[in-house]
Design a protein around this ligand. Structure first.
Ligand SMILES: *Cc1c(COP(=O)(O)O)cnc(C)c1O
Length: 368
């Protein structure tokens, strides 16, 4: 009987153990340890930013990013409907309002041609989320931000190592974020990072991650609220080891994508991920498929799971989230492309630890 093929298996084959051992041996296990600064600096250099602020996870990074921008209550922030809940939650947490954008059926990212009609006098920022492997078409977004004087917030949680017209994802936002969850291109177990170039903004992010302690004031006296979103030295130890091997990780992701593309060529009634656009080659963070119908998607997922092949459904749209409907948000809004992605889409085992034999088993099962 075939062994289960999990949807994600991380790759921990560099200096992870060595650096972790160093944490234990030196006693630096909290957020005070030396790996954090090194990891922040190296990650910032890799993305071409002045500052990296390491935090406990990617959602925490979004919370801080939104709060650091000091948006007025009731400000509108434009974002895709098809994404993880984290960005919408962070927008709402600062009293701002998420305004949703339909998806592009080829790249699965927000359809940037539909942004301008949603801009009002209350719009203060555009939050882009690069989805699954191809970046958002940034050029039109950058022009809109300039034209309407809007902040750009960039969720690059799935895009370490991806570029848009050769410029790194995560380098576009006034403030950008990454996640280091175990299914991301590099992992710290749990973890995230905020990126920016403005020194005041960086200081503010550091303060917000540390309970908003005043950097130079009396300890335990607070003038605003923050969070304990600090990253530990142990997480940063993992992150540093992972970052040392990031090029191999990216190569492996693209290799997995290519193998699936070959193995699934000619698959009927199921859309494969788009391999490239004018501005980027797919990095295949996850290898997603979209069936022609919801029934076909369910049936295919069931057959894969019967063969012990792990899958995950695609994101569920923000405008269809029960929690937001209960809050009276997004009433009567419809985004048919995104709704179809959510219902008919799922992804295959895509982790860095995936081996050729496993890809072959998955492809054979799907073709059958
Ligand atoms: C993973 C992910 C996040 C959240 O990161 P966590 O570290 O899991 O909190 C945010 N946005 C996107 C697009 C993601 O894929």
């Amino acid at each position: 009987m075939q062994k289960p093929i999990p949807v994600n298996t991380p790759w921990l084959e560099g200096n992870e153990l060595k650096y972790l051992k160093e944490c234990i041996e030196t006693g630096w296990i909290s957020s005070e340890g030396p790996f954090i600064k090194t990891f922040e600096e190296k990650m910032a250099a890799y993305v071409g930013r002045n500052f990296g602020i390491a935090v406990s996870n990617g959602s925490a990074a979004l919370d801080i990013a939104l709060k650091a921008l000091n948006l007025e209550k009731g400000s509108e922030v434009i974002m895709p409907t098809f994404t993880i809940i984290s960005p919408a939650q962070s927008i709402l947490n600062v009293g701002a309002i998420p305004v949703l954008i339909e998806s592009d059926e080829t790249t699965w990212n927000m359809d940037v041609t539909q942004i301008e009609e949603k801009i009002t006098s209350k719009t203060k920022a555009i939050l882009v989320v690069h989805i699954y492997g191809l970046p958002v078409d940034m050029e039109p977004v950058l022009s809109l931000c300039k034209k309407y004087n809007l902040f750009l917030i960039e969720d690059a949680a799935e895009m370490h190592g991806q570029t848009y017209n050769k410029k790194p994802c995560g380098s576009f936002g006034d403030i950008s974020i990454f996640s280091f969850y175990p299914n991301k291109h590099i992992t710290t177990g749990e973890g995230g990072m905020i990126m920016c170039d403005n020194p005041q903004l960086a200081e503010r992010c550091k303060k917000l991650r540390n309970l908003a302690f005043e950097p130079n004031g009396r300890r335990f006296v607070h003038y605003e609220l923050g969070w304990n979103y600090r990253m530990t030295n142990m997480q940063a130890a993992l992150g540093l080891a992972q970052l040392e091997r990031i090029e191999e990780h990216i190569k492996k992701k693209r290799y997995i994508g290519k193998k699936y593309n070959e193995g699934l060529a000619g698959l009927k009634k199921i859309q494969l991920p788009h391999a490239k656009t004018a501005y980027a080659e797919n990095i295949y963070w996850v290898y997603g498929l979209v069936a022609e119908t919801e029934e076909l998607a369910n049936e295919t997922v069931k057959k894969l799971n019967d063969s012990k092949i792990g899958t995950r459904p695609f994101f569920w749209c923000m405008h269809e989230q029960p929690v937001f409907q209960k809050m009276g948000l997004f009433k009567n809004e419809k985004y048919p492309v995104a709704e179809k992605l959510a219902r008919n889409g799922f992804y295959l085992p895509s982790g860095l630890g995936l081996i050729d034999d496993e890809i072959e088993i998955v492809c054979n099962c799907l073709m059958k």
